[in-house]
Design a protein around this ligand. Structure first.
Ligand SMILES: [Zn+2]
Ligand SMILES: [Zn+2]
Length: 102
């Protein structure tokens, strides 16, 4: 039996594996629809070095390996949005509902 994969950051079991790459695509799309000016800095700032995280678990969307949970990935992005455009924070939380408020 393979042990269930855990997130490298929060050590929780990854129950809904969507890799940082797929989340990043979704996130960039979401941000660009709401505040184009955020995109450049979002890209440059990119919170999470994606390559480090492709390992244990397979993403349900693209099949890449990953070991960072969606919750941790979005938490980083949320911090970024908070700084740049606080008005988007609530919408972000509603859209990317990965138990961000805990
Ligand atoms: Zn995590
Ligand atoms: Zn993926």
């Amino acid at each position: 039996m393979t042990p269930q994969s855990r997130c490298v950051e929060c050590d929780e079991a990854i129950t809904n594996p969507i890799c940082p790459g797929c989340l990043d695509t979704e996130l960039t799309y979401w941000v660009s629809e709401r505040d184009e000016s955020l995109i450049d800095s979002f890209r440059n700032n990119n919170v999470t070095p994606l390559e480090e995280y492709f390992e244990e678990t397979q993403c349900v969307v693209c099949g890449n390996r990953m070991n960072l949970c969606a919750h941790c990935f979005c938490k980083d992005a949320l911090e970024f949005i908070k700084e740049r455009n606080p008005g988007l924070v609530n919408k972000f939380i509603r859209h990317f509902d990965f138990e961000l408020i805990s």
